[in-house]
Ligand binder design. Structure first.
Ligand code: PMP
Ligand code: GLU
Length: 396
């Protein structure tokens, strides 16, 4: 009865990352031995010091609605974090806490976009950006990049993509799915282009900020004085603190945007979960060094998976500088047959790996790049070794 549903929901594409994770779960329930490298989810437990804070919050009876935009103490902790890690100064009125960075992004899109507004998305972009934009009637404008430019958009490409209808630029750095990081100089060069287009708001998704392998320093667009008033900095605790299911994300934004997000959230969720918010006060107040052990482990796994993948003919990888994904270009398989299966695109290839290697990955099409697949290495070294051995066997 899809004709009973709204056009909006009928045209919405399901999240490819979550769909692939669900498919892997389904196949496992049927008894198949699937290795899941599709979901970007740390395989660590939430650190004990954060769990303790949550238990304490329950015992202290934090059970009521919170302020819609977050507890005052959490906003203070976020302000301190932005100052400490990013050199950004925000007032409480500029902070909104949401149910994950995903809702934070959704709020910003709903708050800023009118139908027909264009949003520049350097490809590959995180899976949900395009659909969050489309839900507002906004138009994603994809800017293709390739492995040769380390999957980064150049200032000239940005300039070419801008039209009188351009309202926003959205990107993640470190990037999900490519792991690329824009250096401060590269961001400055993009900001220089934006100088002549003052109507454009930037959404800088920095959720992988702490998952950085030390070659390119993290930089925030809002740290440039001339960009501060038109940049929304998005962050969250899901990745760095292994808190995906706790669902807390936040923004630092110009006050008028924060107020709009607050108004929307007041009508939609009433605010994020109270216990999770209390726990995040502790997470953000402690030094990021306390969770460094996870980054060190991701770094080992990055080396492992790159070594293994680079040993397979037909896989071309950039070296991810952050996050926990590799995004190999596998276009050399297009037009070929593998075990009697015709491979014409990245979706065929990802499906082939699921069915013939029992390894779940995600097609690059979901990220606006049809030549690649995304492989998450937020998995144990044993799983990574077995998965890549299976992939190698299935494509040879
Ligand atoms: N942005 C990026 C780049 C992501 O990879 C994710 C995935 N979790 C999100 C936002 C959403 O994060 P959250 O789980 O906090 O909603
Ligand atoms: N961000 C993760 C990913 O890209 C989680 C899945 C999702 O939120 O869609 O795999």
């Amino acid at each position: 009865m899809s004709n009973q549903l709204s056009d909006r929901i009928n045209s919405l594409v399901p999240s490819a990352t979550l769909a692939m994770a669900a498919k892997a779960r389904e196949l496992r329930a049927e008894g198949k031995d699937i290795i899941g490298l599709s979901l970007g989810e740390p395989d660590f437990n939430t650190p004990d010091f954060i769990k303790e804070a949550a238990k304490q919050a329950i015992d202290e009876n934090y059970n009521s609605y919170t302020p819609v935009d977050g507890y005052v103490e959490l906003k203070e902790a976020i302000i301190t974090k932005f100052k400490r890690d990013n050199g950004l100064s925000y007032e409480p009125s500029q902070i909104v806490v949401s149910t994950g960075a995903k809702q934070a992004l959704y709020n910003v899109a709903q708050a800023c976009l009118n139908p027909g507004d264009e949003v520049i998305l350097p490809c590959p972009y995180w899976v949900s950006y395009a659909d969050i934009v489309k839900l507002t009637g906004g138009m994603p404008v994809e800017v293709p990049t390739s492995i040769e430019s380390d999957f980064k958009m150049t200032p000239a490409q940005l300039e070419d993509a801008i039209t009188p209808k351009t309202k926003m630029l959205w990107y993640s750095s470190p990037c999900n799915p490519s792991g690329s990081i824009y250096s401060k100089e590269e961001l400055r060069a993009l900001a220089d282009v934006l100088q002549i287009h003052p109507q454009i708001i930037v959404v800088s998704d920095e959720i992988y900020e702490h998952i950085n392998y030390g070659v390119v320093d993290h930089a925030s667009m809002a740290s440039f004085e001339d960009m501060y008033d038109r940049t929304v900095t998005v962050n969250g605790v899901a990745k760095a603190f292994a808190m995906t299911g706790w669902r807390i994300g936040y923004i630092g934004a110009p006050s008028y945007i924060a107020r709009a997000c607050n108004k929307l959230q007041g009508q939609v969720t009433s605010g994020a979960n109270c216990i999770a918010q209390r726990a995040v006060i502790t997470a953000l107040t402690e030094s990021p060094e306390r969770v460094r052990y996870m980054v060190n482990e991701f770094e080992n796994r990055r080396k492992l998976i790159l070594d293994l993948l680079n040993d397979i003919d037909g896989f071309a990888c950039n070296e991810p500088q952050g996050a926990f994904y590799v995004f190999p270009d596998i276009a050399s398989y297009f037009g070929k047959e593998l075990n009697g299966v015709q491979i014409n695109n990245a979706s065929d290839f990802a499906m082939y790996l699921l069915e013939h290697a029992n390894v779940a990955t995600v097609t690059g099409d979901a990220f606006g790049n049809g030549k690649c697949i995304r492989i998450s290495y937020a998995a144990s070294t044993d799983e990574i070794k077995s998965a890549v051995a299976r992939i190698k066997e299935a494509v040879s």
